[in-house]
Design a protein around this ligand. Structure first.
Ligand code: UFG
Length: 334
C-alpha cells in the first residue's frame, strides 16, 4: 500500500484492541495515519495492538476522552467500543444500552465540545431486524428485534440529530457478518468465547470445541438454515479508510451497508469449513436462537456508489481459510 506522510493530527479508534478495530488500526497505520487506540480491554487484547499509542480506558470516561482529543490533536473518531453479542443483549439489555448508547452519548459530547468534525460509527445490520425483503437497502424501515440492534439504531439516530445541531459529520457503516483474519496472520478474532458461526466452526474443525450447534433448521430458506452476508474483516477495515477519505472531502453524513450483496446459509458455511479443513464436523441441531432473523443480505449499491471502496476478498472460501489459519496460529501459540 502506498504510504502517505504522517499527519500531525491523529485518529482515535475506540475499541481498537478488538477484532475489527485492530484491523482498522493496522490498515490506517499502514496508510500513514497516526492512530491512538482507546480500549478498556473488557473484550479487547493488547496483542491486537500494532500501533504505538494505546490508552486503557473506557470511551464513556469523559475526562479521559477530552484529554485524549486535545493531547493527540484528534481529527477523526472511529467508534467501535461496544457490547456486540446478540443473545447476551437479550439477557442483559441494560448492559447494552449503557455500553452502547450512554457511552456513545458521552463520547459524542466530548467530540462536539472538542469540535471534532469527522466521526465514523460502527453500526450493524442488526438494525434491520426481520425484513420482508432478504436484500436490505439503507431505506428499509429498521425494525431491530434485539436490544443490540436497537442500541445501534438509537446511536445512528443520535448522530443524525447531532449533525443538525453541530458541524460534526459522520459515516455510519452497517456491518453485515464479519469473518476472516488479517492475511498476514498478525491479528484475528482472539476471544475463545466468541459466538459467531465461522469462529465456532473453525474451532470445532480444529478440535478446540467438541461440537457445533445449528440454531434452527426450520427457517423459510432453501435448506432451512439462516442466511447471512459474510464479509472479510480486511474489507470491513478498508471501508473505514474510504469513509475517512470521504469525510475529508467534505461530503455529507451518510449511512451505508457494509456487505457483499450475497449470502450463504449456515449449512453452506459448514460445508465450506469441512471441505477446507478436510474434516467432518460433529454437528447437532438445536432450536432457533432468539433474536435471529431468517435472512439478512446487504444491498450494497449505495456504499459502492458513495465511497471509493472496492472489496478485495469477497469469497467465502477466503474468509473461512483465513479463519482456519488464524485458529491454527492461536493453537500453536497457546
Ligand atoms: N449460528 C449457528 N451456530 C452457531 C453460531 C451461529 O447456527 O454456533 C447461526 C446463527 O443462528 C445465525 C448465523 O449462524 O443464523 C450467524 O450467526 P452469528 O452469531 O455468526 O452472527 P449473527 O448474524 O447472529 O450476528 C452477527 C454479529 C452481530 C451483527 C450481525 C449482523 O455477531 O454483531 O452479525 O448481521 F449485528
Amino acid at each position: 500500500m502506498k504510504k502517505s506522510p504522517i499527519q500531525k493530527s491523529s485518529i482515535l479508534i475506540t475499541g481498537g484492541a478488538g477484532y475489527i478495530g485492530s484491523h482498522i488500526a493496522k490498515q490506517l497505520a499502514e496508510a500513514g495515519e497516526r492512530i491512538i487506540i482507546l480500549d478498556d480491554l473488557s473484550t479487547g487484547y493488547t496483542q491486537n495492538i500494532l500501533v504505538d499509542d494505546f490508552i486503557i480506558g473506557n470511551c464513556g470516561d469523559s475526562a479521559l476522552v477530552s484529554r485524549i482529543l486535545q493531547e493527540y490533536n484528534v481529527e477523526t473518531v472511529i467508534h467501535l467500543a461496544a457490547s456486540i453479542i446478540v443473545p447476551e443483549s437479550i439477557q442483559q439489555p441494560l448492559k447494552y444500552y449503557e455500553n452502547n448508547v450512554v457511552n456513545t452519548c458521552r463520547l459524542l459530547n466530548c467530540c462536539t465540545q472538542a469540535n471534532i468534525k469527522h466521526f465514523i460509527f460502527s453500526s450493524s445490520a442488526a438494525v434491520y431486524g426481520s425484513q420482508e425483503k432478504c436484500l436490505v437497502d439503507e431505506n428499509n424501515v429498521c425494525n431491530p428485534i434485539n436490544p443490540y440492534g436497537r442500541s445501534k439504531l438509537i446511536c445512528e439516530q443520535i448522530l443524525q440529530d447531532i449533525t443538525l445541531a453541530t458541524p460534526l459529520r459522520y459515516v455510519a457503516l452497517r456491518y453485515f457478518n464479519v469473518g476472516g483474519a488479517d492475511l498476514e496472520e498478525k491479528i484475528g478474532l482472539r476471544n475463545p468465547n466468541a459466538t459467531t458461526l465461522i469462529k465456532i466452526a473453525a474451532q470445532t474443525a480444529l478440535g478446540i470445541k467438541p461440537t457445533l450447534a445449528i440454531y434452527g433448521t426450520d427457517y423459510p430458506t432453501s435448506d432451512g438454515t439462516a442466511i447471512r452476508d459474510y464479509i472479510h474483516v480486511e474489507d470491513i477495515a478498508s471501508a473505514h479508510l474510504q469513509a475517512l477519505i470521504y469525510l475529508r472531502n467534505n461530503k455529507p453524513s451518510v449511512v451505508l451497508n457494509c456487505g457483499y450483496g450475497h449470502g450463504y446459509s449456515v449449512l453452506q458455511v459448514l460445508e465450506a469449513v469441512q471441505r477446507l479443513a478436510k474434516t467432518t464436523l460433529n454437528i447437532q441441531t438445536l432450536p432457533r436462537r432468539p433474536g435471529d432473523p431468517a435472512e439478512l443480505i446487504a444491498d450494497n449499491r449505495k456504499i459502492l456508489e458513495t465511497l471509493a471502496w472496492k472489496p478485495q476478498l469477497a469469497d467465502l472460501d477466503i474468509i473461512i481459510q483465513s479463519s482456519l489459519n488464524w485458529e491454527k496460529n492461536l493453537l500453536k501459540s497457546a
